[in-house]
Ligand binder design. Structure first.
Ligand code: FES
Ligand code: FE2
Length: 330
């Protein structure tokens, strides 16, 4: 059964790379709702439905005033970052009715993204990563692209510890079709769960470019975290001490499309491994995943019927169960 997208509203999602937010309002879509994003006078992002409360013009086609207010392109009404109507040019002498207010949504700038929650009461906090304030780590912006697929399939793919041997053969080249067992218990976190699972890979030429490491076979220690409802963090620790966190979000943009957001923290430097080399390697892996995921039905369906999960699918089964509990608790 497809899920009503309204059930996914009270959560934070990345909706726009910060570097795409300039001096004009920007149109984005989240859970099928057109939104306008703009930068206010204090530099912080603001979010609202892309629809003027006067007569429904697209506010994203408007402009931003010197004070950071949003101006409608149709008749020039002006709105503050908290949605107050500041000016109605057609009747400057009259008081501005409270009803002329623009509804706004919580918005924040973090990790090079604008994040929006389509509810005034987010059910979970915006995810936090300790590397954000750790000067030994750098933040690398990886991917921001639209895929015609289900966001749930993308997250399940990240929790799938045994597709590497088939899907990523030739690139990641995991050494066996059988997954290593999860080490220790699956632990609850504030916003989901996490588990540790190693992965043995062949260190091929493309991977070597991203690792600064020369051996032919490597075991990468991995901690995989599900960040409810549609985020994932993969913490990788390589034998040479390189630590890399991959943060993936699968954002339900509209019923057919998922926005893929992927950024990274790494404790090496640009001189050791250029970000472009790492992104090139990731591009290859992601394209292999994309081919599988976009060939499946693009249905917003977290609990598909008629599937037969095996023991190694335990994290996926648990995610489905936790998601059901979370959504039913709203
Ligand atoms: S529709 Fe926006 S000011 Fe009239
Ligand atoms: Fe993959």
């Amino acid at each position: 059964m497809p899920l009503d997208p309204a059930r996914l509203r009270p959560f934070w999602y990345p909706v726009l790379p910060l570097d795409q937010l300039g001096n004009d309002p920007v149109a984005v879509e989240l859970l099928g709702e057109p939104l306008v994003i703009w930068r206010g006078g204090d530099g912080a992002p603001h979010a609202a439905p892309d629809r003027c409360p006067h007569r429904s013009a697209r506010l994203s086609s408007g402009s931003i005033g010197a004070d950071g207010s949003l101006h409608c392109p149709y008749h020039g009404w002006e709105f503050s970052g908290d949605g107050r109507c500041l000016a109605i040019p057609q009747q400057p002498q009259r008081p501005i009715p409270e009803a002329c207010r623009l509804r706004t949504y919580p918005a924040q700038a973090r990790y090079g993204r604008v994040w929006v929650c389509l509810s005034d009461q987010p059910r979970l906090p915006l995810p936090s990563f300790p590397e954000e304030h750790d000067p030994s780590h750098r933040l690398i912006d990886g991917f921001w692209e639209l895929w015609p697929c289900s966001p749930f399939r993308v997250i399940e793919n990240g929790l799938d510890n045994f597709h590497h041997y088939f899907v990523h053969r030739g690139l990641l080249q995991a050494t066996t079709a059988q997954p290593d067992p999860i080490e220790g218990p699956i632990e609850d976190t504030v916003d989901g769960f996490r588990f540790r699972i190693p992965l043995q890979v062949h260190n091929n030429a493309v991977l070597k470019d991203t690792l600064d490491q020369d051996t032919d076979t490597l075991t990468v220690e991995r901690q995989v975290s599900w960040i409810a409802p549609l985020g994932l963090s993969l913490e990788l620790e390589w034998p040479n001490g390189l630590r890399q966190r991959i943060v993936l979000h699968a954002v339900p943009t509209n019923p057919q499309d998922t926005r893929i957001s992927r950024f990274y923290f790494r404790n090496d430097t640009e001189e050791q491994v250029p970000a472009a080399a790492m992104v090139r390697f990731e591009r290859g892996l992601i394209d292999q995943d994309r081919a599988i995921l976009t060939a499946m039905a693009a249905v917003l369906e977290p609990w598909p019927a008629g599937e037969h999960l095996i023991e190694a699918d335990q994290p996926i089964a648990l995610m489905r169960q936790r998601l059901r509990e979370l959504i039913q608790s709203l």
